[in-house]
Design a protein around this ligand. Structure first.
Ligand code: GTP
Ligand code: MG
Length: 206
């Protein structure tokens, strides 16, 4: 696999992406029950969580800790899906209690899909963690959030090429305005559908 520096060189600066990376052969969802939202602190995870879940939210301490975890329900692909908003983390190797809880949610609760939210204008700082998730065999979708700020900074990101080079689905959002959220929902449903149909089974890849 290319490392993240090679990937960065390959797609940025580049043409504006069309946001499309699929091969059109995806099947409908059968297996989406839980989505975990992960990423660095302050990238927009909770805004995305709130947009996905609406009103049905509970906040509680993760068992045995004082770390708050929000859980909510969303209707996706005709079924109810649990969405978990994890505390911000800088690495899969936990240092803080928050990071330990985020890691536990990933590896113990095994969500069918893990939404890795990053700040699109700071990809260089964010992609190393994407690589950690990929190398750990986690079923991630990469969400380039804060695309408004990336655009304002004059950045153009070739989303299709990024998805191709990483080998994972990539979506682009502006969580605060809701831009890209419908495409994100579709991606969550389709990706889980692929896994349920056996096309992708990252949990068995290790
Ligand atoms: N301009 C812009 N601001 C955003 C966007 N998404 C989130 N924000 C803002 O970014 C800040 C952080 O958002 P949160 O959702 O709290 O971030 P978080 O990832 O949950 O942060 P932690 O819980 O601390 O890990 C808030 O002020 C949001 O309003 C976006 O797409 N564009
Ligand atoms: Mg948050």
């Amino acid at each position: 696999m290319a490392n993240w520096r090679q990937v960065l060189r390959g797609f940025i600066p580049g043409r504006s992406g069309g946001g499309c990376h699929g091969d059109g052969s995806r099947r409908k969802n059968n297996g989406l029950r839980k989505v975990g939202i992960v990423g660095n602190p302050n990238v927009g995870k909770s805004v995305i969580f709130n947009k996905l879940t609406g009103a049905y939210v509970t906040v509680s301490n993760y068992p045995g800790t004082t770390v708050n975890v929000s859980r909510g329900k969303a209707k996706m692909g005709g079924r109810e899906v649990e969405i978990v908003d994890t505390p911000g983390m800088y690495s899969l190797l936990p240092i803080t209690d928050e990071e330990r809880v985020a890691r536990l949610i990933l590896f113990e609760e095994k969500p069918e899909v893990i939404l890795h939210v990053v700040d699109a204008k700071n990809l260089e700082r964010m992609l190393p963690m994407t690589f950690q998730f990929i190398e750990a065999g986690l079923p991630i979708i990469l969400d380039l959030n804060m695309m408004d700020e990336a655009a304002a900074a004059g950045m153009e990101i070739d989303i299709g090429k990024l998805a191709e080079q990483l080998g994972v689905p990539v979506v682009a959002t502006v969580a605060t305005t809701g831009r890209g959220m419908d495409a994100l929902r579709r991606e969550l449903i389709e990706y889980a559908g692929d896994r349920a149909s056996g096309m992708i089974n990252p949990w068995n890849r290790r």
